[in-house]
Ligand binder design. Sequence first.
Ligand SMILES: [Zn+2]
Length: 397
Amino acid sequence: MQEHFIMELLGIKDKHVELWEMKEENHEFHFWLQTKQRTQTCPNCGAKTKRVHSYRIQPIKGRLIEDRPVRIHLRKRRYLCTACKKTFFEKLSFIQRYQRHTRSLEQQVLTYVGDHSFKAAGKMTGLSTNQVIRLFDRRQIQVNCVLPAVIAIDEFKGDADKEKFQTIIVDVQNKKIMDVLPDRLSKTIENYFRQCDTSNVKVVVMDLSKRFKEAVRKALGNPLIVADRFHYMRQAYWGFDKVRREIQNKLRKEDRILCKRSKELLWKSPFKLKEDQKNRVDELLKDKPKLQEAYVLKNKLDEWFKTSNCCTAKAGLEEWCELVANSNIEAFQSVVGTYKRWKTEILNSFVYPYSNGYIEGVNNTTKVIKRTSYGIKNFSRLRKKILWRQVVREVSV
Ligand SMILES: [Zn+2]
């Protein structure tokens, strides 16, 4: 291998460093490096000197090559100042003072932190978890305070600083997390908006949360609020499942087990069912008039959701609410109550179909957040980790 190519692999840009020897051993790469002798400035008196006092071999961890550990054996020079007689080690740009690893390994571990836990990133690079956290805490991260035209507010269970839930603000069109807030209180969200430039915000997508709506109204005035499709449909499915479980609990043991495994089958749209699945559904609904009724209502809503457009959605929703009002399904009554309170926002979701891609993006993101941030109790670290993941991804794309 050519020397300059190896320096590039090691991430060392210092032109005064030269390769002296290399070998591969036990799945590790070893490189012996030294610097060219050159004039130094004495840190004690500022005089110039070129006089070498002694040498020392210092072991340093380098950034991984092909996922394999890199050991650098650096032949460090100690210089003697001829003016004040003090000795000192030369300064090196590729390694921080007192550190036993290169700056490029630090960069590498921070990149790994984007998609892995601190512990895993440490393991990959041979650094301790605490070292990784220290490096991460030192790293600054920029947050964009100019909010885009379409934003979404969502919560997730982050469990940091004694708050179970945290809030994320998302740029919907670019699928980017703008910021992470320490809790889901209206006041916190309102204060966040007040610190931002919100003059571009036209549309806010959210779940059916009073707190979010209140914060938006107070801080942003009257942007268009769009109810998130996934969230409001989920309410009806939960309602349906309540009925299913209620009936299931009254069944004999064998039938109960059968019913338990049927959740996905009953949740599925009927026109997506295969012939044998249809038969199973019929079997499950047999002699259970209440479940039948709930099943029909659930499917009606599903049909409304999938076939409505901005012109027909209103009439369809009102019709469904009417059907529920005339039914015996209590679990749906409260869903209707919610739908009535959020009617405008729900109907807006047919005018502004922003939430689909957003749901996918945010759901995937929160899943990854959970995996890579598991157990981070310190909120500011959790927030930074979530935002950092995005920075790393943008660079690597
Ligand atoms: Zn000196």
